[in-house]
Design a protein. Sequence first.
Length: 208
Amino acid sequence: MSSQLRSEDGKFLVKLARNAVKEHLRIEKQIRVPEDTPQKLLQPYGVFVTISSVKDNEPKLRGCIGYPYPTTPLTQAVIECAISSATQDPRFYPISLGELETVVFEVSVLTPPQIIRVEKTSEYPSKIKVGEDGLIVEKGMFKGLLLPQVPLEWKWDKEEFLCQCCIKAGLPADCWLLKDTKIYKFRAIIFEEEKPKGKVRRKVLGGK
């Protein structure tokens, strides 16, 4: 995946995410996939769009929603996830049109999640690389996902990463130790604005 998506692709995707939100807030409609979209960006990928406020020079999360699995063409998924992140993340009030000048967009393109298989649940930490792997915890109807950049931002170790992913799923922190809990991992390429409407940089976590 990392060899397929380059900086110019990230610039295209981040610009698309910002434009999708702008037009949705302006005329309450979903934009179409641009006609000049490169063919490789029409392939299905898992993707998350993160929006952060930087108006006080201290980034604060304002929305993050995505599709963990490659079920939707990438550009269409970015459009849908960007709008949802801006308007439907239940943790935050919707972003206003004027606020777009004070937020940065980040697009994380995911590899397909793979289940982690262990003989003993205590072995899970040894199968995880902080700063490279993202996690999904699943138990019954409960499911939680944390992107690979999250434990770096919060300085979590492997065990804390697992615990926080369980909490994200609405489960007890130590639920990852139960045999009927499923743990998946994935990796990501991250494209992020350095400042609102600014230069887009490419960051690969776990891979070349």
